[in-house]
Design a protein around this ligand. Structure first.
Ligand SMILES: Nc1ncnc2c1ncn2[C@@H]1O[C@H](COP(=O)(O)OP(=O)(O)OP(=O)(O)O)[C@@H](O)[C@H]1O
Ligand SMILES: [Mg+2]
Length: 357
């Protein structure tokens, strides 16, 4: 059995119905009316011990709701859920000892007392032995530079410092699994780098399994070999981050610099026939620079480079990768189609290289 097993997970929220005016509003004083909103819709996935999985989706997709169910904060409406053998909400106290949680939007620490005192209080709550406490504190001071601000009350910390303090709090009791909901939100590039390094090391050295929600594709590219993408509560993709580009990636770009300053190579070189043959989608000329965009599924880069070298006095070449940012943007934009077509689901499963049924 996988460390985290989620099958057909559903979470519905009741929302007060829109006001319609007239006698209905009076009637509602006695019998409130609600509409049901399904935030998580038959979600199925599993995560093995030691994985570091990225969890993506547009605003309102159901990521935080899923994490709240996995951490036992919310009770699922229906479906099967098991985290390291426990049902998070039903065995909440036991569960709390095996997981660490960070919600980037909201601190778990006490606002008014020095950071180190907050951590000490958590040590007592979790019953962390002195030896582990000292070892972890050393680690947090080294990797998160906790010592720089540990005597400052949380309310006075910068966002990046607060995130580091919260990360320390989440890991104080040596949890097996770490749930991170937007740990880099609003954090500057340097602090982001430090957080990423820390998350990577915790995963690699301590074998902590991590589920990471973020809107920052840099986090995903730098940390996660696997990514799950959800929208409107359903899974659009689950598989290797690399395969995402192959499955949903758009065009790649070949930039060619030709010999000679300001030389204008004849435009006919890439005639419609040549474009057709080599799967070139567009050609841009700019002085001595030619930029070709092409579909990597139709053309091998090597063929394209050979074709260019035959026709142009090539001085320099650069193949630009598909930006993952673009890929994800297009998945969000076309999520309706991906959901509707069989191939979308098939792509998700194929990319995953595992059966999710
Ligand atoms: N307590 C609640 N009561 C009613 N509706 C809720 C509640 N919590 C979340 N929702 C709704 O459920 C949907 C999913 O919300 P959720 O917070 O899980 O999204 P998210 O993927 O984390 O988005 P974001 O990227 O903005 O953080 C949203 O439509 C939200 O309005
Ligand atoms: Mg959220």
């Amino acid at each position: 059995m996988a460390l985290i097993e989620v099958r057909d997970l559903v979470k519905e929220f009741r929302r007060p119905a829109a006001r319609r005016g007239g006698w209905r509003d009076i009637a509602r004083l006695f019998r409130p009316e609600y509409t049901i909103h399904r935030a998580v819709n038959h979600l199925t996935f599993s995560i093995e011990e030691g994985e570091l999985v990225g969890f993506l989706g547009p605003n309102g997709a159901g990521k935080s709701t899923t994490i709240k169910m996995l951490t036992g904060i919310l009770m699922p409406t229906s479906g099967h859920l098991s985290v390291a053998g426990l049902h998070p909400a039903r065995q909440r106290r036991l569960h709390a000892r095996q997981i660490g949680v960070l919600f980037g939007q909201k601190t778990q620490l006490w606002w008014d007392i020095p950071t180190i005192e907050s951590l000490r209080a958590l040590k007592a709550i979790y019953g962390v032995p002195d030896e582990i406490w000292r070892r972890n504190l050393d680690l947090f001071r080294e990797l998160l530079a906790l010592h720089e601000f540990e005597h400052v009350p949380v309310r006075q910390l910068s966002l990046g410092q607060r995130m580091r303090a919260d990360l320390a709090a989440a890991l104080l009791h040596d949890p097996k699994i770490l749930f991170l909901d937007e740990p880099t939100i609003g954090v500057d590039v340097l602090a982001k780098e430090r957080l990423r390094t820390f998350i990577r090391e915790i995963n690699r050295d301590r074998k902590v399994t991590v589920l990471l929600t973020t809107h920052d594709m840099g986090d995903i590219e730098k940390l996660c070999s696997r990514v799950m993408i959800i929208d409107r509560g359903t899974l659009l993709y689950d598989g290797p981050t690399e395969a995402l580009k192959q499955t949903f990636g758009g065009l790649r770009t070949l930039v060619i610099d030709v010999e000679g300053e300001g030389l204008q190579p004849p435009r006919e070189i890439f005639s419609p026939e040549v474009r057709e043959t080599f799967g070139i989608a567009s050609v841009e000329w700019n002085g001595s620079r030619v930029t070709l965009s092409f579909d990597p599924r139709k053309t091998a880069v090597s063929d394209l480079i050979a074709a260019a070298a035959e026709r142009l006095p090539v001085r320099d070449l650069l193949v630009e990768d598909v930006a993952i940012e673009e890929v994800v943007r297009s998945i969000y934009l076309h999520s309706e189609q991906i959901r509707a077509t069989d191939s979308g689901g098939a792509a998700a499963r194929q990319g995953a290289g595992r059966e999710t049924g």
